[in-house]
Design a protein around this ligand. Structure first.
Ligand code: PHE
Length: 340
């Protein structure tokens, strides 16, 4: 029995696993229930009483040595396997990593900004969380104006003087408070209105508003500026028309339509067979607004305009549902660029 243990002992100590199969054979030969060590344990009952303590010790030791050897070889095999996975073939061509691209709203915002930059309008930005003065009061909103209603605007519950801005006209108030005319600025940004989400409306959308204040600014300047914009944005053939409208902060006020860029004015389902598309609101800055911002309306006049970027993007790219802009579905976004 002792010599048999000795033999197995030296065999076990010399064992080197070449692959998973030889490791498994080792386990079967020595460590399994039907293996050699287990059968020695079975023979143990025949060992004489005097020898039992020593042989028992040798047997237990043999079993430990075998399991240690097994574990050692197993760990060597797994590191060898992972090394194989880590191995990099440097001659292989690199995987193609898709890079991101601009969102259609960002593309159109950039385009609008560039058009106005070319005629001297500079960007100004302001906070999305505004106080009542900058969003409403300075802009000549009467106390009972519906936009001040909880139904239309997101107010901060603990402080009803604070709301999410409903337009970026609030930025123009901040500019007028802090700068002396001549002022020529555009303010792009996110705005918030308490609207039910549908194909045509969302509670968050993007605007670009413009403001020009100087001596002798007239409605003719407003028309020329917006005509230039419309032709740059929708093509040289584009015509514009103004319809009278009302905003508390401009007087007179107008809404501007461009000739439908799909049918060229003949009438189609995009322009609902009218030949025209409504794209922005505008007007001459109300003298009260200038006064509220410490600009003397006797010396200065100005015009302002504001448009929704989503609306312009929908017209430009024939997008039928505004919700697509907020869903970040790659199948939609991929269509605006070749970069994916
Ligand atoms: N602030 C208006 C809006 O959010 C747009 C506008 C801006 C109209 C400037 C006239 C002049 O609808």
């Amino acid at each position: 029995m002792k010599t048999k243990i000795q033999e197995l002992h030296s065999k076990i100590e010399k064992f080197v696993a070449e692959n998973n199969e030889s490791l498994e054979n080792f386990r079967l030969e020595f460590l399994s229930k039907k293996g050699k060590i287990q059968s020695l344990f079975a023979d143990f009952k025949d060992v004489s009483k005097e020898e039992k303590p020593l042989v028992g010790q040798l047997l237990n030791n043999l079993k430990n040595v075998a399991s240690e050897r097994y574990e050692l070889m197993k760990s060597k095999m797994t590191t060898a396997e992972t090394q194989e996975v880590d191995y990099v073939d440097l001659s292989m061509s690199a995987d193609f990593e898709p890079i991101g691209a601009r969102h259609p709203i960002s593309l159109v915002r950039k385009e609008i900004i560039e058009i106005f930059n070319r005629i001297g309008f500079v960007i100004s930005e302001g906070p999305e969380i505004e106080d009542d003065f900058h969003n409403f009061t300075a802009l000549n909103f009467p106390e009972e104006h519906p936009a001040r209603d909880m139904q239309d605007t997101f107010f901060v519950q603990k402080n009803p003087d604070i709301a999410l801005r409903t337009h970026t006209s609030s930025v123009q108030v901040r500019v007028m408070e802090n700068q002396k005319p001549p002022i020529r600025t555009i303010s792009p940004g996110r705005v918030f209105r308490n609207e039910a989400i549908s194909a045509r409306a969302h509670c968050i959308f993007h605007q670009i508003e413009g403001l020009y204040v100087d001596t002798d600014v007239s409605f003719a300047d407003l028309k020329q500026t917006l005509m230039y914009f419309a032709k740059e944005m929708f093509g040289a053939e584009t015509k514009i028309r103004f319809r009278p409208s009302y905003f508390p902060f401009t007087e007179p006020s107008a809404e501007m339509d461009v000739s439908c860029n799909i049918c060229g004015g003949k009438g189609c389902n995009v322009c609902k067979y009218s030949g025209w598309l409504e794209i922005l609101g505008c007007g001459m800055v109300d003298p009260n607004v200038l006064k509220n911002c410490n600009i003397n309306p006797e010396t200065y006049t100005g015009f302002a305009f504001g448009m929704g970027i989503e609306r312009i993007t929908m017209l430009k790219y024939q997008v039928k549902d505004l919700r697509f802009f907020f869903e970040n579905d790659l199948r939609f976004l991929k269509q605006f660029t070749g970069a994916f």
